[in-house]
Design a binder for this molecule. Structure first.
Ligand code: ADP
Ligand code: MG
Length: 668
């Protein structure tokens, strides 16, 4: 069963969307620019389409198809009416495998057509009509109108040239008139030919079957050379008109070999050539010549043929057919028929303007659109043609007209793809490092919770121990032995209290009291608060426009001097200690840098843990960085470290970076 759109004659050519694969070949091949790309898919704009079928021929996915007329022809044949088949002269090129034309005609009759006539006779009539026009000296301003796609193209895109279309019927319409003259007005007429555009050419023909459909029809009805009787065409039989599909135009078909005429006829075939000829005709360059234009490279290459290969074999077939046919033609009868119908029939035809031109977008719009595709100056116009348009500019115009999309530009799409990949890589990397940081801070947070709990529980008993140790110390006289022991108890208990305090700091259980501070002064005092060995040089570099920030003075002093202490301890043989102050957006940043031994990679994610130390027992508590971490957190800041231990990689040393929001509003 056919789908509904397959039978809708208004949609002559359409897309089977599920098959369309974004190659834009149809856009490139469409002379009428009647294909709109929507979301990457090609859609035929019916009112712009000239039904040349170029898109059908070039679509490798068979996504472009044309309407089928078989069902309607079947209905005609089943009706009471007499039905005549009129056959285009290109049929020998389609049915090359059939031994002679009588076999083919017999098969057509086998489909129950009442009459089978030759359109070649119509071509004879038209050729003679042209000849008389030429002899009257009129012909030179005309464009021949035998190709319906060309006629449609001129009506739609060069409407002011419609007056130059030769006002003569096409061979098909002329033949239809012959058939009606012969069999009566009521006879139904079905054209069998190589062309899709014929389906809409004229109301004088009831239906049109392309040769592709005819083959399908033969198969459906099981009509074969074996089960049909060979038979000749019905009269009137044709003469040289039969050569029309391979000739260089109609006029040559009537064998006008007068040199004067020959030179004045321009024959242009194929989608590029015919457009060029129209442009030149339009510009007045070739106004004195007659134009024979065909949309396909000869009707034998029409989209209604089963295949578009074997072009030269097809030509030979037609030539041989005509040669044989002409040998058998009774010239006298032919001439009689010709004269009769030339006299009987009105062979005139009228064409109508059907302007489908679209207003050209403004220069600014075009430039803007080009920019959107990354084309800022002429050097960016690659004119690669991948979008289906000859130039980038034409593509931009089509976008402005709503016919195309920016994504059709291959270089632009590749470029954007690259950008997306780079962005994706960047964000992947960021994600990775954020994940690492999160893992680290989660670990520290749970440690913080544990330490805070322990510290809290220890705080009270420790207070009691210190208090009683001091009371006992006061009571004991100095020289007593116990006095020394009590002193030791009180001292060590104090030390415990400090450790507990450090743990509480790490767990961020304390609040900050921000003041507006001069960060440079802060850095200097933090260095002054510790003893600096002689072999160490210190320096404070202040590289900010605004050195003030809202910080908790006491805690920041502790943070900076703790970092300085670590730095000094990492430089037993001397070196440089620098505090550098910078600013990043809304943050104030302290770099504490030393030229010490550095921190081994494997320690980097442990150094902030409480009690992690590489210093000997009694030397380090491992609470310095844990406290610093807590202080930075309390200020809504961050602390990171960068270190090198390998002299081969460059100078060794460590750089701590402490980033703190300049304004403490979030902390209050
Ligand atoms: P502590 O100083 O009591 O060992 P910290 O928490 O202050 O505890 O430091 C933890 C560890 O981090 C140190 O033992 C040391 O190994 C390492 N460290 C910290 N700062 C530096 C630095 N500037 N250079 C080299 N190692 C450092
Ligand atoms: Mg320390």
């Amino acid at each position: 069963m056919n789908k509904p759109e397959e039978n809708n004659i208004d949609n002559l050519v359409y897309t089977q969307k599920e098959r369309c694969r974004r190659c834009y070949t149809c856009v490139r091949e469409c002379p009428a620019k009647a294909i709109r790309i929507v979301n990457g898919q090609a859609e035929v704009i019916q009112e712009r389409c000239i039904a040349c079928g170029n898109c059908v021929k070039v679509c490798s996915q068979n996504a472009k198809v044309f309407v089928k007329s078989i069902e309607r022809v079947k209905q005609l044949l089943a009706s009471e009416e007499k039905v005549a088949a009129i056959v285009a002269p290109s049929f020998p090129a389609e049915f090359m495998s059939l031994p002679r034309h009588q076999t083919f005609v017999g098969m057509v009759r086998g489909l129950s057509f009442d009459y089978v006539n030759e359109v070649a006779f119509g071509a004879d009539l038209i050729a003679h009509k042209f000849k008389s026009l030429m002899e009257e000296g009129e012909i030179y301003k005309y464009i021949s109108a035998d190709c319906p796609a060309i006629v449609s193209f001129i009506e739609k895109y060069h409407p002011h040239l419609v007056q130059h279309l030769a006002p003569i019927a096409s061979p098909m319409v002329a033949t239809a008139r012959v058939v009606r003259e012969k069999y009566g007005e009521d006879v139904k007429i079905v054209f069998l030919g190589p062309c899709i555009a014929k389906k809409k050419e004229s109301e004088e023909v009831d239906e049109v079957l392309t040769f592709r459909e005819l083959r399908e029809f033969f198969e459906q009805e099981i009509v074969t050379p074996g089960n049909t009787k060979p038979s000749g065409f019905d009269t009137p039989l044709s003469g040289k008109g039969a050569i029309f599909p391979v000739s260089r135009g109609l006029i040559q078909a009537v064998n006008i070999d007068d040199d004067i005429y020959k030179g004045d006829i321009i024959v242009a075939e194929g989608r590029q050539n015919f457009q060029e000829a129209i442009r030149e005709f339009e510009s007045g360059l070739i106004r004195q010549e007659h134009l024979e234009l065909l949309c396909c490279e000869g009707c034998i290459m029409g989209a209604g043929m089963t295949s578009s290969v074997n072009r030269y074999a097809k030509r030979t077939f037609i030539k041989n057919y005509v040669k044989k046919k002409l040998e058998q033609t009774n010239k006298k009868n032919w001439k009689k028929d010709l004269d009769y119908y030339l006299q009987q029939l009105d062979l005139n035809f009228r064409f109508n303007e059907n302007d489908q031109r679209m207003a050209l977008p403004s220069r600014d719009d075009i430039i803007e659109t080009l920019k959107k595709m990354g084309k800022h100056d002429p050097g960016d116009h690659l004119n690669c043609g991948a979008c289906g348009y000859e130039t980038c500019e034409e593509h931009a115009v089509a976008i402005c007209k709503g016919l195309a999309e920016t994504e059709m530009c291959l270089p632009y799409t590749i470029e954007s793809l690259h950008e997306s990949i780079t962005k994706l890589n960047d964000s992947n990397q960021k994600l990775e490092s954020t994940r690492e940081a999160l893992k680290q801070s989660e670990k520290l947070a749970s440690m913080g919770q544990l330490s805070a709990g322990i510290a809290h529980e220890l705080n009270n008993p420790l207070g009691v121990v210190i208090m009683y140790a001091n009371i006992l110390l006061d009571e004991a006289s100095e020289d007593e032995e116990a006095s020394e022991d009590l002193k030791l108890i009180a001292e060590q208990a104090e030390r415990c209290k400090k450790i507990v305090g450090g743990l509480l700091n790490f767990a961020r259980k304390n609040q900050i009291k921000p003041d507006e501070l001069d960060t440079e002064e802060l850095a200097k005092s933090s260095i002054n608060a510790i003893i600096i060995p002689d072999n160490i040089k210190t320096e404070v570099q202040c590289k900010v426009k605004n050195k003030y920030a809202e910080l908790d003075e006491e805690q920041m002093l502790q943070l900076l001097s703790n970092l300085c202490k670590n730095a000094i301890e990492a430089m037993p043989k001397g070196g440089n200690l620098t505090i550098r102050i910078e600013e990043e957006e809304e943050n104030i940043v302290f770099f504490i840098e030393d030229t010490g031994e550095g921190i081994p990679k494997e320690n980097l994610d442990k150094i902030f843990e409480p009690f992690f130390t590489t210093k000997g027992i009694g030397k380090g508590t491992g609470l310095g960085l844990a406290t610093i971490y807590g202080i930075a957190k309390m200020h809504n800041g961050t602390i990171t470290v960068d270190s090198n231990t390998d002299p081969e990689q460059g100078p060794t040393g460590t750089s701590f970076k402490v980033t703190i929001p300049r304004y403490a509003k979030a902390n209050k």
